[in-house]
Design a protein around this ligand. Structure first.
Ligand SMILES: Nc1ncnc2c1ncn2[C@@H]1O[C@H](COP(=O)(O)OP(=O)(O)OP(=O)(O)O)[C@@H](O)[C@H]1O
Ligand SMILES: [Mg+2]
Length: 227
C-alpha cells in the first residue's frame, strides 16, 4: 500500500522550519532526500515517521551514528530482544540468523556491549534491528557518514541486496549526492524547509531544475565516489 502523508509541517521557536509538505512513496520504492545542511531533511524525516506511525504503518529509523541507537551499558543481545518486543514479536532465532547473515554480522558476540563490536558492525546491527518485522518504510538519516567509505559502500550493498526482494521502501536522507546517485531511483531536494524538486535521480543529476539541486550537483564530484 502506498505511503502517503499531506500537510507535514514543523515550527521551532515560532519559526517555521518545515513548510506544509506532501510525501508519497510506493511500496519498495527507494527515495533520496537531499539538501544542504539545515535545509530541513531530518525535520521532514521525523515528521514523516510520526505521521505514518499515527496511520498505523510500520516505519523503522536508522540514525546517523550507532551511538544514538545503542546503550553502551547494555549487551547486544539485550538490544535485539528489546527491538523484537517493541514490535510485539517473540524471540525468533531463525529471524535473527537471517538478518545477521544478510548484514554479515554473524561473527558478532551478542554477549558483548556495543564497544565490543567495530563501528561498522554496530551500524549493520542497528540496520538489522530496524529490519525486524519487515517495515513498510526504512528511514535512514545519514546512515553511513560515520563509517569509512569502503565499509559504508559494503553496508549499502548488503542493504540493497536484502531490500531487492522485499516491499520495504527506503527513504535515504543525505547531503551526499554520490551516495544517493547509486542507491535511489528518485530524489527529493529540500531547501529552506521546502521540497523544491522531486524527480528521477538521473533527471536531477543530469538536469537539475532548481538552484538548490544545481548547487548540490555542482559541488559534488558524485560519479567518482565509492558509495
Ligand atoms: N530544536 C530546534 N530549535 C530551533 N531550530 C531548529 C531545531 N531543530 C532544527 N532547527 C532548525 O531547523 C532547520 C532544519 O534542521 P534539520 O536538522 O532538519 O536540517 P538538516 O537538513 O537535517 O541538516 P543536516 O544536513 O545538518 O543534518 C535548521 O535551520 C535548524 O537550525
Ligand atoms: Mg539532518
Amino acid at each position: 500500500m502506498t505511503l502517503q502523508v499531506t500537510g507535514l509541517s514543523a515550527t521551532r521557536s515560532g519559526r517555521p522550519i518545515l513548510h506544509p509538505t506532501n510525501v508519497k512513496i510506493e511500496p519498495g520504492e527507494r527515495v533520496g532526500l537531499v539538501g544542504s545542511s539545515g535545509s530541513g531533511k531530518s525535520t521532514l524525516g521525523h515528521a514523516l515517521i510520526d505521521a505514518l506511525r499515527t496511520q498505523g504503518r510500520h516505519v523503522a529509523h536508522v540514525p546517523q551514528s550507532p551511538d544514538e541507537a545503542l546503550d553502551p551499558l547494555r549487551s547486544m543481545a539485550f538490544h535485539w530482544r528489546e527491538a523484537e518486543s517493541a514490535r510485539d514479536l517473540p524471540a525468533d532465532t531463525a529471524r535473527r540468523r537471517d538478518l545477521f547473515a544478510a548484514l554479515r554480522i554473524e561473527g558478532g558476540d551478542l554477549r558483548k556491549r556495543p564497544w565490543g563490536w567495530s563501528r561498522g558492525m554496530q551500524q549493520r546491527f542497528v540496520i538489522a534491528m530496524a529490519l525486524i518485522g519487515t517495515p513498510d518504510l526504512l528511514v535512514m538519516d545519514e546512515p553511513t557518514s560515520a563509517l569509512d567509505p569502503v565499509v559504508a559502500a559494503g553496508t549499502m550493498d548488503l542493504l540493497d541486496t536484502y531490500l531487492a526482494t522485499r516491499q520495504t521502501a527506503l527513504l535515504l536522507i543525505t547531503h551526499d549526492l554520490g551516495l544517493a546517485a547509486k542507491r535511489v531511483q528518485r530524489l527529493l531536494v529540500m531547501e529552506g524547509g521546502r521540497l523544491v524538486e522531486d524527480a528521477a535521480t538521473m533527471q536531477v543529476l543530469s538536469a537539475p531544475q532548481t538552484p538548490a539541486a544545481r548547487a548540490l550537483c555542482a559541488h559534488r564530484n558524485w560519479l567518482e565516489l565509492p558509495c
